[in-house]
Design a protein around this ligand. Structure first.
Ligand SMILES: *Cc1c(COP(=O)(O)O)cnc(C)c1O
Length: 581
């Protein structure tokens, strides 16, 4: 087992007992002082609307007193909040935020930039570009070619990918339709929908297709029902639109996307999972074929790097290879990686930290550099405050989302993002939090990567200690990252009984302030093989269609501290015993 070497976390997090408080407070104070000075220095000759004699009136002081009281009241209320900073919190995908992230967030919050436009974010817009470039480098993209922006979270970043994949496919279909109609030839919408930009250019030149023709054939710009009828007539086959292929381990944001973009939830086709709960490659291949046989192009293939349920990492590399084969035969399919959870694990690659990953995960994470677009969630493993997601494309040509005149150049290179993002006004705080993290901690393997390696090592340690401390613990395998799922079963027991026990223990933890864990339920519909294998390991009988698991998320950077482990592990096992009995 690799041992966690650096102790970076000691300086980069406040600490469960506010150990770094004095220094942290001074940093906050200096941010405030800079901000005060900045305001005083600018337009110093203007009169003050709040002169001292006003500030000393009783009414004025009374107002301030009320505000003080209410601020205090809110602070007291907040002490009832879920304590997510402590290592005892292993519930959901949230923990302590890093000090650079908090400082970057706070310093920027005071200036309130709106990154929708450089008009109101002269500096913050440039900070965002630099922060996106840092994340691009972390996942292996060439920062001079990559493009992206911060979103409110992973859900919106996933939506951004569907928006762009749909824009691209709409262009290809419009071009194919115009060419076929002009030539009076039968139209193959599946072939057209995957033509790629090169073919698109060739056709535009060869057939002198005008922008106005394309606009008139666009189902995004025009009436989608009219265009569908035209496609159907030209194809001499019913046109039912594209499908979105997402592995069965998907986050529910994908179903929302199918719904929101008007594809209809029917168009959301799950890719079966293998026995390890990861996207199955043969299933991907057969699902693409099935779609094409049904006359349905594939809007995008999604793979997941770090599932929400169990942190599993799909074989992104093998999916890239598969799609490269399709591309060789003229079928260009958009590949998006939902790395909302696992994207930051890419920081481990290229250094000693990567020995913390198994070979499968290393290959998969290293292949993210090959895909069209990626979702990251800095407000998860980036230790950044909410709300901060990120959407990044490998190549700026994939960033386009509106123009017909120069479709893949579009406005991507311009500074004003308001037309390029689903969201309108966007705060600059998340970008600044990542920027400051990148400038201090850095996203390299020996720095941020070591913190990530520590989280994976913590999961391993916990997993082994748990199994040693309680015979009924059945760890879900494999665990690709830092999430541990387990059920509680006796040898040979029926799954329904194990589920009942696991659910009861979860209820016990939910009512117990000592530790926070979460629960996940895997359904046979998506996870059939995995459930069989899991029960098979203790000779269990599968008499029901779901598997109930306790889920522990090891993102708190202090779990790899020896003293913390030594103190908390036996305590956790004792609480587990208490809830079983
Ligand atoms: C968390 C998560 C999302 C959604 O992200 P939000 O920030 O909650 O919108 C999407 N996909 C995966 C895999 C996730 O873990």
């Amino acid at each position: 087992m690799p041992t966690h070497k650096t102790r970076t976390e000691n300086a980069y997090f406040l600490g469960p007992k506010s150990e770094n408080a004095a220094w942290f407070r001074a940093e906050f104070q200096s941010i405030l002082d800079q901000w005060f000075d900045w305001r005083r220095a600018l337009f110093g000759e203007d009169p003050s609307p709040i002169p001292q004699d006003v500030r000393l009136t009783a009414e004025f002081l009374a107002e301030q007193e009320i505000i003080s009281q209410k601020v205090h009241e809110l602070g007291v209320l907040m002490t009832g909040e879920v304590p997510k900073y402590t290592p005892r919190y292993i519930g959901h995908m949230v923990s302590e935020q890093s000090i650079p992230a908090l400082l970057g967030h706070f310093a920027t919050l005071l200036h309130n930039p709106n990154n929708t436009s450089r008009d109101v974010a002269r500096v913050s817009g440039a900070v965002e570009d630099e922060a996106i470039a840092m994340l691009a480098v972390m996942i292996g993209f060439d920062p001079t070619k990559a493009q992206g922006h911060f979103t409110s979270g992973g859900t919106l970043a996933n939506f951004e990918s569907v928006w762009r994949a749909r824009y691209r496919m709409d262009h290809f279909l419009a071009m194919g339709l115009c060419v076929a109609e002009a030539a009076g030839q039968p139209f193959d919408p599946v072939a057209a929908a995957h033509m790629g930009w090169e073919k698109y250019e060739q056709l535009a030149l060869a057939h002198s297709i005008e922008e106005a023709d394309l606009r008139a054939a666009s189902s995004v710009l025009g009436n989608p029902f009219d265009i569908a009828a035209r496609i159907g007539a030209a194809a001499r086959r019913e046109w039912r639109g594209p499908v979105l292929l997402v592995p069965g381990n998907k986050h529910f944001s994908w179903l929302k996307a199918a719904n929101v973009f008007g594809l209809g939830e029917e168009a959301f086709w799950p890719i079966d999972l293998d026995v390890q709960g990861r996207l199955s490659l043969p299933a991907l291949s057969s699902t693409i074929k099935r779609a094409h046989d049904a006359g349905r192009p594939v809007l995008a293939v999604v793979s997941v790097a770090g599932t929400t349920e169990a942190g599993e990492i799909d074989p992104v590399d093998a999916v890239c290879d598969e799609l490269a084969d399709w591309r060789m035969s003229g079928v260009d399919i958009w590949h998006h990686v939902d790395a909302a959870w696992g994207g930051f694990l890419c920081s481990m690659l290229g250094g000693e930290a990567e020995s913390g990953l198994d070979a499968h995960s290393r290959r998969a994470l290293a292949a993210i550099r090959r895909v069209n677009s990626v979702t990251l969630d800095p407000h998860k493993l980036g230790y950044v405050p909410y709300a901060c997601g990120a959407f990044i494309v490998r190549d700026i040509s994939n960033y386009a989302n509106s123009s017909f005149a120069a479709p893949y150049i579009d406005r991507a290179a311009t500074n004003d993002r308001w037309m390029m993002t689903l969201e309108g006004s966007r705060s600059g705080v998340g970008a600044a939090a990542i920027w400051l993290t990148g400038k201090t901690l850095t996203f390299g393997p020996d720095r941020f990567g070591e913190i990530m390696a520590g989280t994976i090592e913590s999961r391993r340690f916990f997993s082994e200690a748990l199994a040693a401390g309680e015979d009924m613990v059945r760890v879900l395998e494999p665990a690709d990252s830092n999430i541990l799922c387990f059920s509680l079963a006796r040898p040979g027991e029926r799954l329904s009984e194990a589920n009942a026990r696991t659910a009861k223990v979860f209820e016990g933890f939910a009512a117990d302030p000592e530790f926070s864990v979460s629960k996940t339920v895997l359904s046979r519909e998506n996870y059939g093989e995995l459930i069989n294998a899991h029960s098979g390991r203790y000779g269990g009988e599968c008499d029901t269609d779901s598997l109930v698991l306790l889920r522990c998320v090891f993102m708190n950077p202090f779990w790899c501290n020896e003293k913390i482990r030594a103190a908390l592990m036996p305590h956790f096992i004792a609480r587990l015993h208490a809830h079983i009995n």
